[in-house]
Design a protein around this ligand. Structure first.
Ligand code: SF4
Length: 240
Protein backbone atom coordinates (compact mmCIF):
# COMPACT_ATOMS: atom_id res chain seq x y z
CA UNK A 1 0.00 0.00 0.00
CA UNK A 2 1.50 3.35 -1.01
CA UNK A 3 0.74 5.26 2.18
CA UNK A 4 3.92 5.43 4.23
CA UNK A 5 6.88 4.09 2.31
CA UNK A 6 10.04 5.29 0.59
CA UNK A 7 8.40 6.14 -2.70
CA UNK A 8 8.80 9.87 -3.52
CA UNK A 9 5.86 11.82 -2.12
CA UNK A 10 4.61 13.14 -5.44
CA UNK A 11 4.59 9.68 -6.98
CA UNK A 12 2.80 8.28 -3.92
CA UNK A 13 0.13 10.97 -4.14
CA UNK A 14 -0.37 10.42 -7.86
CA UNK A 15 -0.72 6.70 -7.30
CA UNK A 16 -3.19 7.14 -4.43
CA UNK A 17 -5.28 9.59 -6.44
CA UNK A 18 -5.42 7.17 -9.38
CA UNK A 19 -6.29 4.28 -7.09
CA UNK A 20 -9.02 6.09 -5.15
CA UNK A 21 -10.68 7.96 -8.05
CA UNK A 22 -14.37 7.12 -8.17
CA UNK A 23 -14.46 5.33 -4.80
CA UNK A 24 -16.86 6.19 -2.02
CA UNK A 25 -15.55 8.23 0.89
CA UNK A 26 -15.90 5.20 3.16
CA UNK A 27 -13.93 2.99 0.77
CA UNK A 28 -11.16 5.57 0.69
CA UNK A 29 -11.14 5.93 4.46
CA UNK A 30 -11.26 2.27 5.49
CA UNK A 31 -7.81 1.15 4.28
CA UNK A 32 -6.22 4.47 5.21
CA UNK A 33 -7.49 4.24 8.80
CA UNK A 34 -6.59 0.55 9.06
CA UNK A 35 -3.07 0.85 7.66
CA UNK A 36 -2.06 4.13 9.28
CA UNK A 37 -3.54 3.53 12.75
CA UNK A 38 -2.48 6.31 15.14
CA UNK A 39 -0.38 7.80 12.35
CA UNK A 40 -3.34 9.54 10.78
CA UNK A 41 -5.56 12.15 12.46
CA UNK A 42 -8.83 13.77 11.49
CA UNK A 43 -8.70 17.56 11.86
CA UNK A 44 -12.19 18.91 12.50
CA UNK A 45 -13.69 22.32 13.24
CA UNK A 46 -16.96 20.72 14.37
CA UNK A 47 -18.61 23.18 12.02
CA UNK A 48 -21.68 23.02 9.81
CA UNK A 49 -20.80 19.91 7.78
CA UNK A 50 -18.24 18.25 10.07
CA UNK A 51 -20.61 15.60 11.40
CA UNK A 52 -20.46 13.66 8.12
CA UNK A 53 -16.78 12.83 8.26
CA UNK A 54 -16.80 12.46 12.04
CA UNK A 55 -19.61 9.94 11.71
CA UNK A 56 -17.74 7.94 9.05
CA UNK A 57 -14.57 7.84 11.14
CA UNK A 58 -16.53 6.88 14.28
CA UNK A 59 -18.16 4.02 12.36
CA UNK A 60 -14.90 2.71 10.89
CA UNK A 61 -12.35 3.33 13.66
CA UNK A 62 -13.61 5.31 16.69
CA UNK A 63 -10.17 5.43 18.29
CA UNK A 64 -8.79 7.49 15.41
CA UNK A 65 -7.24 10.69 16.80
CA UNK A 66 -9.49 13.70 16.15
CA UNK A 67 -7.86 17.12 16.51
CA UNK A 68 -10.26 19.94 17.37
CA UNK A 69 -8.74 23.43 17.10
CA UNK A 70 -10.27 25.65 19.75
CA UNK A 71 -8.98 29.11 18.86
CA UNK A 72 -10.60 30.55 22.00
CA UNK A 73 -12.65 32.67 19.60
CA UNK A 74 -15.26 30.08 18.66
CA UNK A 75 -18.99 30.49 19.11
CA UNK A 76 -20.30 29.03 22.37
CA UNK A 77 -22.71 27.07 20.20
CA UNK A 78 -19.75 25.33 18.54
CA UNK A 79 -18.30 24.26 21.89
CA UNK A 80 -21.66 22.79 22.97
CA UNK A 81 -22.14 21.12 19.60
CA UNK A 82 -18.64 19.65 19.80
CA UNK A 83 -19.46 17.94 23.11
CA UNK A 84 -22.83 16.77 21.83
CA UNK A 85 -21.34 15.26 18.66
CA UNK A 86 -18.49 13.49 20.43
CA UNK A 87 -20.98 11.79 22.77
CA UNK A 88 -23.49 11.08 20.04
CA UNK A 89 -20.94 9.50 17.70
CA UNK A 90 -18.86 7.69 20.33
CA UNK A 91 -15.55 9.19 19.26
CA UNK A 92 -12.92 7.91 21.69
CA UNK A 93 -9.82 9.98 21.00
CA UNK A 94 -10.59 13.67 20.64
CA UNK A 95 -7.84 16.14 21.42
CA UNK A 96 -8.46 19.85 22.03
CA UNK A 97 -5.82 21.99 20.39
CA UNK A 98 -5.51 25.56 21.60
CA UNK A 99 -3.08 28.43 21.14
CA UNK A 100 -0.16 28.81 23.51
CA UNK A 101 -1.38 31.15 26.32
CA UNK A 102 2.01 32.89 26.60
CA UNK A 103 2.09 33.70 22.91
CA UNK A 104 -1.50 34.88 23.01
CA UNK A 105 -0.65 37.15 25.95
CA UNK A 106 2.30 38.63 24.08
CA UNK A 107 0.82 38.90 20.60
CA UNK A 108 -2.89 39.38 21.23
CA UNK A 109 -3.03 40.85 24.73
CA UNK A 110 -6.44 42.41 24.28
CA UNK A 111 -7.84 39.62 22.12
CA UNK A 112 -8.44 42.06 19.27
CA UNK A 113 -5.72 41.01 16.82
CA UNK A 114 -8.42 39.74 14.43
CA UNK A 115 -9.53 43.36 13.95
CA UNK A 116 -6.16 44.56 12.68
CA UNK A 117 -4.48 41.49 11.19
CA UNK A 118 -6.52 38.40 10.51
CA UNK A 119 -3.58 36.52 8.99
CA UNK A 120 -1.45 37.02 12.12
CA UNK A 121 -4.41 36.03 14.32
CA UNK A 122 -5.06 32.84 12.33
CA UNK A 123 -1.37 31.98 12.45
CA UNK A 124 -1.29 32.44 16.23
CA UNK A 125 -4.56 30.70 17.01
CA UNK A 126 -4.84 28.03 14.29
CA UNK A 127 -1.81 27.44 12.10
CA UNK A 128 0.87 27.21 14.79
CA UNK A 129 -1.14 25.08 17.27
CA UNK A 130 -2.12 22.67 14.50
CA UNK A 131 1.43 22.53 13.19
CA UNK A 132 2.56 21.38 16.64
CA UNK A 133 -0.32 18.96 17.14
CA UNK A 134 0.34 17.27 13.80
CA UNK A 135 4.01 16.64 14.56
CA UNK A 136 3.50 12.97 15.62
CA UNK A 137 1.38 12.16 12.56
CA UNK A 138 2.29 11.14 9.03
CA UNK A 139 -1.08 11.96 7.51
CA UNK A 140 -4.25 13.90 8.23
CA UNK A 141 -7.82 14.00 7.03
CA UNK A 142 -9.86 17.09 6.22
CA UNK A 143 -13.50 17.60 5.28
CA UNK A 144 -12.88 20.09 2.46
CA UNK A 145 -15.00 19.88 -0.67
CA UNK A 146 -14.67 21.34 -4.14
CA UNK A 147 -18.06 23.04 -4.09
CA UNK A 148 -17.24 25.17 -1.03
CA UNK A 149 -15.30 27.96 -2.75
CA UNK A 150 -13.33 28.88 -5.86
CA UNK A 151 -10.07 28.24 -4.00
CA UNK A 152 -11.13 24.63 -3.42
CA UNK A 153 -12.41 23.91 -6.94
CA UNK A 154 -9.36 21.84 -7.93
CA UNK A 155 -9.02 19.90 -4.70
CA UNK A 156 -7.65 16.35 -5.02
CA UNK A 157 -8.48 13.38 -2.83
CA UNK A 158 -4.83 13.11 -1.80
CA UNK A 159 -2.33 15.92 -1.50
CA UNK A 160 0.65 16.84 0.69
CA UNK A 161 1.15 19.52 3.30
CA UNK A 162 4.23 21.71 3.60
CA UNK A 163 5.81 19.26 6.07
CA UNK A 164 5.53 16.36 3.62
CA UNK A 165 2.58 14.65 5.31
CA UNK A 166 -0.18 13.03 3.32
CA UNK A 167 -3.43 14.92 3.40
CA UNK A 168 -6.64 13.07 2.64
CA UNK A 169 -9.83 14.82 1.50
CA UNK A 170 -12.34 11.96 1.13
CA UNK A 171 -15.34 14.27 0.56
CA UNK A 172 -13.71 16.17 -2.31
CA UNK A 173 -16.50 15.43 -4.79
CA UNK A 174 -19.41 15.72 -2.40
CA UNK A 175 -22.11 18.28 -3.19
CA UNK A 176 -24.32 20.20 -0.78
CA UNK A 177 -27.08 17.73 -1.62
CA UNK A 178 -24.85 14.74 -0.77
CA UNK A 179 -24.09 16.29 2.62
CA UNK A 180 -27.76 17.01 3.32
CA UNK A 181 -28.74 13.47 2.35
CA UNK A 182 -26.08 11.96 4.62
CA UNK A 183 -27.30 14.05 7.59
CA UNK A 184 -30.83 12.86 6.87
CA UNK A 185 -29.99 9.18 6.41
CA UNK A 186 -27.95 8.99 9.59
CA UNK A 187 -30.08 11.38 11.61
CA UNK A 188 -27.05 13.45 12.56
CA UNK A 189 -27.36 16.42 14.93
CA UNK A 190 -26.95 19.77 13.20
CA UNK A 191 -24.90 22.76 14.31
CA UNK A 192 -27.39 25.16 15.93
CA UNK A 193 -26.15 28.14 13.87
CA UNK A 194 -27.12 26.58 10.54
CA UNK A 195 -30.78 27.46 11.01
CA UNK A 196 -29.70 31.02 11.79
CA UNK A 197 -28.17 31.43 8.33
CA UNK A 198 -24.56 30.33 8.79
CA UNK A 199 -23.67 27.61 6.23
CA UNK A 200 -19.97 27.70 7.18
CA UNK A 201 -18.90 28.30 10.76
CA UNK A 202 -15.50 29.37 12.09
CA UNK A 203 -14.52 31.87 14.78
CA UNK A 204 -17.25 34.17 16.05
CA UNK A 205 -15.62 37.51 15.12
CA UNK A 206 -14.91 36.40 11.54
CA UNK A 207 -18.04 34.44 10.64
CA UNK A 208 -21.06 36.14 9.12
CA UNK A 209 -24.24 34.93 7.47
CA UNK A 210 -23.56 34.00 3.83
CA UNK A 211 -25.25 36.37 1.37
CA UNK A 212 -27.99 34.66 -0.71
CA UNK A 213 -26.67 32.98 -3.87
CA UNK A 214 -23.06 33.02 -2.71
CA UNK A 215 -20.95 29.97 -1.88
CA UNK A 216 -21.08 28.54 1.63
CA UNK A 217 -17.81 30.14 2.69
CA UNK A 218 -18.78 33.65 1.52
CA UNK A 219 -19.61 34.60 5.11
CA UNK A 220 -16.09 33.81 6.35
CA UNK A 221 -13.96 36.97 6.67
CA UNK A 222 -16.70 38.75 4.71
CA UNK A 223 -15.50 42.01 3.16
CA UNK A 224 -11.86 40.86 3.10
CA UNK A 225 -9.85 39.14 0.36
CA UNK A 226 -9.00 36.38 2.85
CA UNK A 227 -10.71 33.06 2.11
CA UNK A 228 -8.68 30.52 4.10
CA UNK A 229 -7.37 30.55 7.65
CA UNK A 230 -3.99 29.26 6.58
CA UNK A 231 -4.00 25.67 7.83
CA UNK A 232 -4.56 24.53 4.24
CA UNK A 233 -2.05 26.86 2.64
CA UNK A 234 1.49 25.74 2.04
CA UNK A 235 3.02 28.53 4.08
CA UNK A 236 5.37 27.54 6.86
CA UNK A 237 4.46 29.06 10.23
CA UNK A 238 7.05 31.05 12.14
CA UNK A 239 9.34 29.24 14.57
CA UNK A 240 7.38 27.77 17.45
FE1 SF4 B 1 -8.53 35.05 14.56
FE2 SF4 B 1 -10.65 35.33 12.97
FE3 SF4 B 1 -8.62 33.67 12.30
FE4 SF4 B 1 -10.28 33.07 14.30
S1 SF4 B 1 -10.80 33.24 12.10
S2 SF4 B 1 -8.10 32.85 14.33
S3 SF4 B 1 -10.65 35.10 15.21
S4 SF4 B 1 -8.58 35.94 12.47
Amino acid sequence: MPYLNDMPLEARIALLNRRDAGKTAQDILKPALALMTQKIALVSSFGAESAVLLHMVAQIAPKTPVLFIDTMKLFRATLSYQKQLVNHLGLENVEHISPDPGRVFLQDTEGLLHQSNTDACCTLRKVEPLHQALAPFSAWITGRKRHQSATRADLSIWEADDAGRLKLNPLTHWSKQDIAAYFETHNLPRHPLIEKGYPSIGCAPCTFRAPPGMNARAGRWAGQSKTECGIHLTVKPRNI
